[in-house]
Design a protein around this ligand. Structure first.
Ligand SMILES: *Cc1c(COP(=O)(O)O)cnc(C)c1O
Length: 333
């Protein structure tokens, strides 16, 4: 199938891929597959990372769950939540301790390589390498949730940018070109454990339907043939420069964090490397910033914990307008 071939060509760690209907389905199936492959139950996720709304992953989750103050959802049985260990992001010591205590019981570690559902922060140098080493040594499946970063940060997503080779990857959003699509894929020996070849069940009436596949294929081909990633990178750099200079001139403590076409402004002067740091952002100030921008015609994501995105429809003029508006709003904060 054409879209599968395109995904494999763009993401070298994906030897085999299966399509489903959403990012939630992709992460849910990847977790089940990792458990079936390893014969183990425990999984590790990181506080603030959001992987969709399946039971096992709605534990200390980001995105809307965090904005609404319910990172642990009602309706998730205690017994299910207990199978999910939650660690702080960017903390290699916590990672080593967990592998020391539970290494041989860990089916999978799932993460957003660039956590962007609690604002946006980046992996510290060495953190992903340590994670890859520990998972490899313990036979734990490393799952990169690239639902947001896949085909956005580059043809091979965040794993391409950071040089990480996960065992499985999950996709959604861009891969559907606006229609409901998800996908997961990776190592052939793991993917072969899926039914009908293997014993791990996964299916979906509308999975791989021609409409959604055509939209996804068109989106990926357009990105590839229009030099989209370089253009977005340049726009992102312009925005970052303008926002940082604007905040500095107004003497407002802002951590503007961005990578490629993704960005977030935290109103704090401390570095943000994990959810705890992100919670130090002055959210009252963020709310005033959001409304000030809206009054000037710039509609940002309305939560401190949602990242902002540039798209190929944006131009340098849009960046200029945004930065001018931000300068005016910073002066009122
Ligand atoms: C959006 C998102 C999901 C869930 O995808 P849906 O299509 O909304 O189910 C999973 N992981 C990440 C990182 C996401 O940003």
């Amino acid at each position: 199938m054409a879209l599968a071939r395109q995904v494999k060509a763009m993401v070298p760690s994906v030897e085999k891929v299966r399509f489903c209907n959403s990012g939630t389905e992709a992460t849910m199936a990847a977790i089940r597959l990792a458990r079936g492959f390893t014969g183990r139950d425990l999984i590790v996720k990181f506080a603030g990372c959001y992987h969709g709304h399946s039971d096992a992953l709605l534990v200390k989750a980001g995105s809307g769950a965090l904005t609404l103050g319910t990172p642990d959802s009602a309706g998730v049985p205690e017994a299910v939540a207990r199978q999910t260990l939650v660690l702080p992001f960017n903390d290699p010591e916590a990672l080593r301790a967990t592998f020391r205590d539970h290494g041989r019981s860990l089916a999978a570690v799932i993460l957003e390589l660039v956590p962007a559902n609690a604002g946006l922060y980046l992996p510290r140098p060495g953190f992903l390498e340590e994670l890859r080493r520990l998972t490899h040594d313990h036979g734990t499946v490393l799952i990169a949730d690239e639902v947001m970063t896949g085909f956005r940060l580059g043809p091979a997503g965040a794993q391409g940018v950071f040089g990480l080779t996960p065992d499985l990857s999950c996709f959604g959003k861009i891969i559907g070109g606006g229609l409901p699509v998800g996908a997961f894929g990776g190592r052939g020996d793991i993917m072969d454990r899926l039914a009908p070849l293997g014993p791990v069940y996964q299916a979906g009436t509308l999975s791989g339907n021609p409409l959604a596949m055509a939209a996804g294929l068109a989106a990926l081909e357009t990105l590839r043939t229009t030099d989209a990633w370089n253009r977005l990178e340049a726009l992102g750099a312009e925005l970052e420069q303008g926002m940082v200079a604007g905040a500095k001139a107004a003497r407002i403590p802002v951590r503007f964090q961005g990578i490629g076409s993704m960005f977030c402004a935290y109103f704090t002067d401390r570095p943000v490397w994990n959810l705890d740091d992100a919670m130090h952002s002055d959210r009252t100030r963020f709310a005033r910033f959001f409304h000030g921008m809206l009054d000037r015609g710039v509609y940002l994501a309305p939560s401190q914990f949602e990242a902002g995105f540039l798209s190929t429809a944006h131009t340098s003029d849009d960046i200029e307008t945004t930065v001018r508006a931000a300068e005016a709003v910073f002066a009122t904060l």
